[in-house]
Design a protein around this ligand. Structure first.
Ligand code: TAP
Length: 455
């Protein structure tokens, strides 16, 4: 057992301390989840649905409290934090409809029929990063519970507070002990134990590609089911025929949301050369007007970075002499602040252009035609998200089909809708979360033949 101090990223002051379990305590929690599994999977579908709705109602009642914890413990602007708590409620409500819809199939065969059942995969280990502690927790937790699995979740070490409160709300709402457990702690201890423990039958991991790769290798040893939601380096492609004002006005929010600590951040803006100058002239005031400051203020659009170490990492992408085109504001004094920063022109091998920064730094690169835009957008090992700005419907569809990413928006910077599938191509991940089929990924299809021949 060890003790971790949660810091307020906006003030650098301690918020609270959290006791972290060791590997043996992790084993006990996994045993508790395994013991709860037979009872939870046997709950009648309608009753499981009602319990998930009660859980959603408890989250709804605690929305302000949860938002306050995320403001203090993660530095999220309060407007965003309220939305994130609301997302947990909405995801639970959406998947509360799933237990009654987990239908199998009936397949005609000679001499009888085959039926398929969706059996819960078992205990699920859910490993969550620090950038969106509430939504990402809910994306794994809700469909897994709906499918009849029990869940042991590990929030990121730095941001455990909302997940811990959500686990308490689950109990208050009537979920039986062991059905949903949150273990704050280190990835190398609690997370690794979830990956290694044979009673955990599926891992849902969201985090860096580097850690995801090693978890995938560890899961392979047990042929353990796995979903990976990993890094991104997404392109925001701006064609000359688009509504340039709108494209420029929204571009900062496509990358500086959550201070750029967003897997879907469109951190490479690709602009058709003929409108590059006009676009930059529109982008500059948009970037300078992003409201960066006290996360507790309703007017704030961008808060601090998560930690001093992460700020140093982000700053390393903007060394002395970097091609800074313009920057927004950031408070001085305590807090892990970093200003919205636009780099242009950048070399194709500049790490700010090729690597995931996970901070408020964006590059702008010109292209000549559609083919070059697609080629630049795809020239990355990642493939998570992206945007296409054009008034030509045919081009929008052509480019959307050609860009190798899992989630694209046309004339919009939006990324995730919980009722549509979400996940990455290439090294951005494996499998899809969310959408109507997500509970299926927490089940195994069992195929049973029933003879209709007389004895
Ligand atoms: P990571 O360092 O990979 O950590 C993610 C989670 O894994 C944390 O809970 C971490 O625990 C845990 N972990 C670390 N080592 C582990 C191990 N050996 N075994 C099991 N668990 C382990 O990522 P991060 O820095 O928190 O998050 C940023 C990354 O996440 C970025 O690359 C971002 O793109 C990606 N991300 C992707 C998505 C989607 S949906 N694709 C969404 C958000 C973020 P500790 O906190 O103790 O290290």
């Amino acid at each position: 057992m060890s003790v971790f101090t949660v810091l307020n990223p906006a003030t650098e002051e301690p918020v609270t301390t959290v006791t972290q379990p060791c590997a043996e305590e992790t084993d006990s929690a996994i045993a508790g989840a395994a013991a709860a599994l037979p009872g939870w999977r046997a709950v009648a579908p309608g009753d499981r649905a009602r319990m998930l709705r009660a859980f959603a109602a408890a989250v709804d009642s605690a929305q302000e409290e949860l938002a306050g914890l995320e403001v203090a413990g993660s530095g999220h602007p309060v407007g965003a934090a309220r939305w994130e708590a609301g997302q947990v409620r909405d995801v639970l409500l959406y998947y509360s409809a799933a237990p009654e819809r987990l239908s199998g199939r009936q397949i005609p065969v000679a001499g009888g029929l085959n039926v398929t059942f969706h059996e819960p995969v078992g205990v699920v280990g859910l490993i969550v990063p620090w950038n969106f502690p509430m939504p990402i927790l809910s994306w794994g937790m809700a469909p897994a519970l709906a499918a009849g699995c029990t869940v042991v979740a590990k929030p990121a070490e730095a941001t455990p507070l909302t997940a811990m409160r959500i686990a308490a709300l689950a109990r208050e709402a009537g979920l039986p002990p062991g059905v949903f457990t949150v273990l704050p702690g280190k990835g190398s201890v609690v997370g690794q134990r979830l990956v290694d423990h044979p009673a955990v039958r599926k891992i849902v991991f969201t985090g860096s590609t580097e850690v995801g790769r090693s978890i995938m290798a560890d899961c392979a040893r047990q042929v353990k089911r796995l979903t990976l939601e990993l890094g991104g380096k997404s392109a925001n492609i701006v064609f000359a025929d688009c509504d340039l004002e709108r494209a420029a006005a929204t571009a900062p929010y496509a990358v500086f949301d959550n201070a750029g600590q967003d897997c879907c951040a469109r951190s490479r803006i690709l602009v058709q050369r003929s409108v590059l100058e006009a676009f930059m002239a529109l982008l500059e005031p948009a970037v300078r007007s992003v409201v960066v400051g006290d996360p507790a203020s309703a007017a704030t659009e961008m808060g601090p970075l998560i930690s001093a170490a992460h700020r140093s990492h982000v700053a390393s992408f903007v060394p002395e002499g970097a091609p800074v085109a313009f920057r927004g504001h950031a408070p001085s004094g305590p807090g892990f602040w970093y200003p919205p920063t636009v780099l242009a022109p950048v070399r194709p091998d500049d790490p700010a252009y090729t690597e995931e920064v996970f901070g408020p730094v964006v590059t702008v690169t010109p292209f000549s035609d559609e083919a070059e835009a697609i080629s630049l957008a795809n020239d990355t090992p990642y493939g998570l998200s992206g945007s296409i700005w054009t008034s030509d419907v045919g081009r929008a569809i052509r480019v959307a089909r050609a860009v190798e990413t899992g989630n694209l928006s046309v004339n919009s910077h939006s990324s995730v809708r919980y009722w549509t599938p979400f996940g990455g191509f290439k090294q951005s991940g494996l499998g899809r979360e969310l959408g109507p089929d997500a509970p299926d990924a927490f089940t195994e299809a069992k195929n049973v033949f029933i003879s209709t021949e007389g004895s």
